[in-house]
Design a protein around this ligand. Structure first.
Ligand code: AMP
Ligand code: ZN
Length: 452
């Protein structure tokens, strides 16, 4: 059976066919720490990749790092990285590298497997120049009256198919991306190369004068270059459907003269306290906030898995806390020898292949956990099989450092008994704790424990 995924462009759930799959996932803009909403989208590409691999396919995943050219509408056209650079008084590329390192650390903490390559936009400016030159030669792009190079949206017949936007219905005055696009011929055209103007940092020479790339061209350049002109599965958050992916498709299809991407997959947004998590809304939660509250970072991964990627989900601290306890319980369960039960594995695979129905997989595991007719070994086998995609580190034991509250209470009573030199009571309580699976280690003043 093949993985079937919802394709935003055709609005249908379609199989991903083939044994060698190329994937591209739009990466972070590295002017601030990624919030857990961003991480939900990055997790989506990991789940797709792991499910394809479970089905026996080989996957090549590329994810870009946007370290230049992504303008912020809300900061008056100022480049986000330059704004952060001024605020933090650090060189702009050092800012970008700092947050890029943080991004990789977050991915590792969430068990998101590394992509094949993470190309930085700033390292591939020449590649973008070549693509822009080809688009100008083909009359898909032109040099505007302000010296910037624009893509001629009317030159691409299929514009709007991903997002259902029609060119003739797009209103002038919509701020597509930049605030100062005076030199274009048509309001829906977008900049491929921006003239430097007053800007002195993060600019490069080009055949059209000094400047910097528009945002969309980097994804066309890097996806086509690293994936050899064809992307099987392209992933991003739902907000990227328009204009980013619409513009990327127009560029890439014009270059390859073919449908450059087979499958457009979009993850829905993470909400927090009822609103989309975003820096501008001011309701961001970072992975380090989750860790600082004492939660295993993978409890965030589990809360995401409990919701289908195509639904918005509202994150709460209660849900994270519940997931944290579930993880602890499941890791306790997954400690014996596994035994394969092909029927259970089939059910798990089918749920994953049905447009990544991870909530169903989690539900299946809850039923398996409680099923008295299954042996412990069969349960362990099913949990470990699912964990190849779920990535919850269910075979990990060390996190069980945390004591269940009732045992913690007995530890406290025993400490009190020891303080009062009530050795009889302290020995009795040691017996109770040992019967629960703990090994108690006493020093003159302290008592410590570990799981047997
Ligand atoms: P950015 O770093 O802003 O370029 O965003 C990186 C990725 O995160 C993009 O694919 C966005 O669509 C996605 N994204 C942004 N906000 C959210 C959110 N609240 N929930 C899920 N994905 C998001
Ligand atoms: Zn992109």
């Amino acid at each position: 059976m093949d993985l079937e995924l919802y394709d935003t462009k055709s609005r249908r759930v379609l199989p991903i066919l083939g044994k060698s799959i190329s994937m591209y996932c739009c990466g972070p803009t590295v002017y601030r720490a990624a919030h857990v909403g961003n991480l939900r989208t990055f997790l989506l590409s990991d789940l797709i990749r792991r499910t394809l691999e479970l089905n026996g396919a080989q996957v090549t995943l590329i994810q870009n790092i946007t370290d230049v050219g992504h303008m912020a509408e809300d900061v008056g056209g100022e480049d986000k990285i330059l704004t952060s650079s001024r605020a933090e008084k650090i060189d702009p590329l050092a800012i970008a590298r700092k947050y890029e390192a943080g991004f990789h650390a977050d991915l590792a903490a969430l068990n998101i497997r590394p992509a094949e390559k993470y190309p930085r936009a700033s390292d591939y400016i020449e590649l973008m120049h070549e693509m822009i030159a080809q688009l100008i030669a083909q009359k898909n792009a032109y040099i505007g009256s302000d010296g910037c190079v624009y893509f001629d949206s009317k030159s691409f017949a299929g514009y709007g198919q991903i997002s259902s936007n029609r060119l003739d219905a797009l209103k002038p005055g919509h701020r597509y991306e930049y605030t100062d696009e005076g030199g274009k011929r048509f309001h829906a055209d977008w900049a491929l190369w921006k003239a430097a103007g007053e800007r002195h940092e993060l600019i490069w020479d080009s055949p059209w004068g000094p400047g910097f790339p528009g945002w969309h061209i980097e994804c066309s350049a890097m996806s086509l270059h690293f994936l050899h002109n064809h992307v099987d599965v392209h992933v991003g958050g739902i907000d990227l459907r328009f204009p980013h992916h619409e513009n990327e498709r127009a560029q890439s299809n014009s270059i390859t003269r073919a449908e450059a991407v087979d499958h457009w997959v979009h993850g829905e947004h993470l909400l927090f306290e009822g609103r989309k998590m975003s820096k501008s809304t001011g309701n961001v939660v970072l992975l380090r906030d989750v860790i600082a509250r004492g939660f295993d970072p993978l409890s965030i991964r589990l809360t995401f898995l409990e919701n289908r990627y195509r639904s918005q989900m509202d994150l709460t601290w209660d849900a994270i806390s519940a997931a944290h306890s579930t993880l602890r319980r499941w890791r306790n369960l997954v400690s014996g020898n596994p035994q394969v039960n092909p029927q259970l594995n089939d059910e798990i695979t089918q749920a994953l292949n049905s447009d990544l129905d991870t909530p169903r997989v989690i539900q299946l595991l809850r039923v398996i956990e409680k099923n008295p007719e299954l042996t412990v070994e069969e349960k362990v086998g099913a949990f470990l099989f699912a964990d190849q995609v779920l990535g919850l580190d269910l075979s990990r034991q060390e996190m069980n450092r945390e004591l269940p509250p009732e045992l913690a209470e007995i530890m406290k009573l025993r400490a009190k008994a020891r303080n009062e030199k009530n050795w009889k009571e302290s020995d009795r309580l040691r017996g109770v704790l040992e019967a629960e699976g703990l090994i108690i280690k006493d020093s003159a003043t302290e008592q410590d424990w570990e799981w047997r």
